[in-house]
Ligand binder design. Structure first.
Ligand code: AMP
Ligand code: TRP
Length: 331
């Protein structure tokens, strides 16, 4: 379907996926296939920028693949593949490295954060990470990239890199746009609403994993911190904890936030709201978890999906690399 606009997004197989990943990104990916030509990628090379145990990485890669399928992405309609299976991603990364100013990489928030958190392993890959991501995106003439807020800066960088290359060598790459859903773009930790919900906090009560059991989910919402007062109102500045819970409620129920506020207008406190929210998340994940369990037991099918996906992606990637190599005098 050459006339449809291209979407590309990726997820790292670097740990348990959580409801922030789900609401901010993955849940929105399947419906996009009705309007766009979609490519979704498990970015294992990105995950390596923080040390992964080989057997865990292998396991997490299957988990991520099963997550995409359980979230409703149809491999007959969209391309699903594993980044390291399509070598052109690394080939293009090298080329793009040569047009990317170091100063642009040094100002990336995620680099600065990760360098602070992983002082023992500030490797060159950590700095170069956004260039690999730019390669992922630009290799497929991507027009739009559905991600959470934390990836905005990286998509901006992909535009900078595309522009630089085009100026030097002639029009070759499309400049991609991010698609960021306002309310669920940044789901915060349930135990500290000033911090993003994150895989690295996996064992803390603040992170609801997609694999959590109903009772674990109930328990985490019961213990979720709240703000002073008892009003259920969306105001990230004044009520960061309740606003985060409202965003999660809205994400899973599909109801707009003002409707949820109206429902709890006369509430005497937060208790019932939190109980209801837990049930909405439990039932909102039930279908996903059932499908996930089924896909996860079928490695053969997952291998097939990855193989077919890589073949389809390779056809597109090879063609693009040929054009790039011609432009720069390598072919
Ligand atoms: P990652 O786990 O870093 O591979 O992220 C996969 C996708 O989930 C990306 O589009 C992120 O922007 C998104 N994401 C990660 N954490 C959150 C969060 N706390 N809230 C919303 N989106 C998130
Ligand atoms: N860096 C992204 C993240 O951590 C994952 C990613 C890699 C990605 N390549 C991409 C997202 C290309 C969108 C497009 O979430």
């Amino acid at each position: 379907m050459a006339s449809m606009k291209r979407i590309f997004s990726g997820v790292q197989p670097s740990g348990n996926l959580h409801i922030g990943n789900y609401l901010g990104a993955i849940k929105n990916w399947a419906p996009l296939a009705n309007e766009y030509d979609c490519i979704y990628c498990v970015v294992d090379w990105h995950a390596l920028t923080v040390f992964q145990k080989p057997e865990t990485l292998r396991e997490n890669t299957y988990n991520a693949l099963a997550t995409l399928l359980a979230a409703g992405i149809n491999p007959e309609k969209s391309i699903i593949f594993i980044q390291s299976h399509v070598k052109e991603h690394s080939e293009l990364t090298w080329i793009l490295n040569t047009v990317t100013p170091l100063s642009e990489l040094e100002k990336m928030t995620q680099f600065k954060d990760k360098a602070r958190k992983h002082k023992e392993n500030i490797n060159a890959g950590l700095l170069d990470y956004p260039v690999l991501m730019a390669a992922d995106i630009l290799l497929y003439d991507t027009e739009a990239v559905p991600v959470g807020e934390d990836q905005r800066q990286h998509v901006e960088l992909a535009r900078v890199v595309a522009r630089k290359f085009n100026n030097l060598y002639g029009e070759t790459f499309k400049e991609p746009q991010e698609i960021i859903r306002k309310e669920a773009a940044r789901i915060m930790s349930l135990s500290d609403p000033s911090r993003k919900m994150s895989k690295s906090d996996n064992d803390s009560a603040g992170c609801v994993n997609l694999s959590d059991s109903p009772d674990e989910i109930r328990d985490k919402f019961k213990k979720a911190v709240t703000d002073s007062g008892k009003e259920i109102r969306y105001s990230p500045a004044e009520k960061p904890a309740i606003s985060n819970l409202l965003a999660i409620y809205s994400g899973f129920s599909g109801k707009p936030i003002n409707e949820i506020e109206a429902k709890y207008k006369n509430a005497e406190g937060y208790a019932q709201f939190k109980l209801d929210l837990a049930e909405i998340v439990v039932s909102g994940l039930a279908d996903f978890q059932k499908k996930y369990g089924e896909f996860r037991q079928n490695n053969k099918f997952l291998d097939e999906v990855a193989k077919t996906g890589a073949e389809k992606a390779t056809l597109l990637a090879e063609k693009k690399m040929e054009a790039v190599n011609k432009r720069i005098g390598l072919a």
